[in-house]
Design a protein around this ligand. Structure first.
Ligand code: TRP
Length: 512
């Protein structure tokens, strides 16, 4: 075994025993940097390259980016620490790690639901994620073959519509993506996930840098920069703030145990907080650079709009590349980059389930990966077929949007909230301090405050808001009403919690 395990003595003994059996079963990242690259691989995906630039542009550019950065720092990074911590403490799949820490804390087994929910959410995300990644694969071939050369907006739109109507082709690309994901996960942590992290992540960083230079040289960088970073506070609505918060979760792969599973394979001597901050910074940098590379290219073609949704990446960019010098080369590079980013994210979506099935001991890793990939693949078929059943070639995705809503808007924030509550309120503070290697450090207390109060409250706010605008009657001031309603609910809840804490404190003082 190549892994060094010096330094494990730092962790409580229960954890060391777990470590050696885990090393036999799953493997461990060979170094702290492999973990950083793997977790960054999970975090950097379609969310960064496709979604972030668009939502940033639409929600007030710099103003939105600022809110987003605050959310990453105040919620994303603290919750990510909590996930890594549970994973490294339990050293197993999220389900069994949750079981371990729950028993350690003497709590009811219902907390294990966090692990279960994660496995299910991962498969649900993988179902539609793999379909979109399939579109990107298709675009690699189309761009490379020159199919977009000289194309205009209408032509590219029609081409994409035609592709979305071609069920066979959609299934074929979805299947190709599922198979390449399977290959990596089946190969295991040491030979599969680590290799992808160490080879593909540096490629991704370099490719993105090359594209940025191309965008600066050939694109309209001034307009792109302004679109992304000008503070347009009037464009930032209540909903925009909450979009930023929700995206902070999705982009850091939080709330479903992906990072927990990766944390289980983390070397024990690696510093959690520093590692997680590095991942957060890398993920944010990739999102910002992706935006800075994409918009100048889009703006370089007169008449192209930084349009919404799938259109930006799958219609506008092909037009832009199709009409730029060396567009075939750089366009192909761009879509390869998208596939690579999606690929290294997809492996983290099925790893939690694979680790759990492997731990059951009935199947080896290859078969376990096969089973889970197959289930997600079937979900992808449902997405594809429900699209064509509706007969709406514009892309009205029923199952697709349903899965996206259920996971990104409900399951991930809820999962993240319960993880924060579990770690903040129910795990032994001594264990937390030793796992964080931060006894008495002022940052430790700040972190604890964030996961106890701030993260759960803000997530609850997003949840209430989202549910409100989903089910309320549409109106002009819907955003505002939903925000006010959410604030009332959350401040009510917080008052109760703080009241109870004060009451407990007084009682404890009175007894002493
Ligand atoms: N973070 C990835 C992206 O930005 C998507 C992703 C991968 C994810 N694994 C996850 C999202 C786990 C939530 C949970 O595209």
């Amino acid at each position: 075994m190549p892994e060094k395990n010096g330094g494990y003595s730092k962790v409580a003994s229960s954890s060391s025993a777990q470590t050696s059996s885990l090393q036999k079963m799953h493997g461990v990242w060979s170094s702290r940097w492999t973990f950083i690259l793997a977790a960054t691989g999970s975090a950097v995906g379609l969310g960064n390259i496709w979604k972030f630039p668009y939502i940033a542009g639409e929600n007030g550019g710099g103003a939105f980016v600022l809110v987003y950065l605050v959310c990453i720092a105040m919620i994303g990074i603290p919750v990510m620490c909590a996930e890594v911590l549970i994973g490294r403490r339990g050293r197993m799949s999220p389900i069994n790690s949750m079981r371990f820490v729950t028993e350690e804390a003497g709590l009811h087994g219902a907390w294990t639901a966090i692990g279960w929910g994660g496995v299910v959410a991962g498969l649900m995300i993988m179902a539609f994620y793999s379909v979109v990644a399939g579109w990107a694969l298709h675009h690699v071939i189309e761009t490379a073959s020159g199919a977009f050369t000289g194309i205009d907006g209408a032509g590219a739109g029609a081409k994409f519509g035609e592709f979305l109507g071609n069920t066979k082709s959609l299934i074929a690309w979805h299947t190709v993506f599922s198979v390449i994901t399977f290959t990596v996960v089946a190969a295991g942590v040491t030979k599969g996930l680590s290799v992808v992290a160490r080879v593909l992540m540096p490629f991704l960083f370099v490719a993105l840098a090359v594209l940025l230079v191309y965008a600066i040289v050939k694109g309209d960088i001034a307009q792109g920069f302004a679109f992304l970073f000008d503070f347009k506070f009037d464009k930032l609505t209540g909903k925009g703030v909450l979009v930023a918060l929700g995206h902070a979760f999705f982009t850091l792969s939080l709330g479903m145990g992906a990072i927990m599973a990766y944390g289980a394979y983390m070397p024990a001597h690696a510093n959690v907080a520093g590692t997680v901050v590095t991942i957060g910074i890398l993920d944010t940098l990739v999102a910002l650079v992706a935006g800075l590379a994409i918009f100048p290219i889009v703006f370089a073609s007169p008449g192209l709009q930084p349009s919404a949704g799938p259109g930006l990446m799958f219609v506008s960019l092909p037009v832009a590349f199709g009409n730029m010098p060396l567009g075939i080369v750089f366009g192909t590079l761009f879509f390869v980059l998208v596939v690579v980013a999606a690929w290294s994210s997809a492996v983290s979506l099925i790893e939690p389930g694979v680790a759990w099935v492997t731990e059951k001991g009935k199947f080896n890793r290859t078969i376990a990966t096969g089973i889970l990939t197959f289930i997600a693949w079937l979900g992808g078929l449902l997405c594809i077929y429900s699209n064509n059943w509706s007969g709406d070639k514009e892309g009205h995705f029923f199952v697709f949007e349903g899965l996206d809503f259920l996971t990104a808007q409900l399951m991930l924030p809820l999962g993240g909230m319960f993880i924060a509550i579990f770690v903040g309120w129910f795990m032994n503070k001594k264990i937390l301090a030793s796992e964080m290697d931060a006894e008495g450090h002022p940052l430790f207390d700040i972190w604890l405050f964030l996961i106890r109060y701030v993260s759960p409250a803000l997530v609850a706010l997003v949840m209430v808001f989202t549910l409100y605008i989903t089910f309320a009657e549409p109106s002009d001031d819907l955003d505002f009403r939903a925000l006010m309603f959410g604030l009332k609910v959350v401040s009510g809840g917080l008052s109760i919690v703080i009241g109870l804490q004060l009451w407990k404190l007084r009682k404890a003082k009175a007894q002493a």
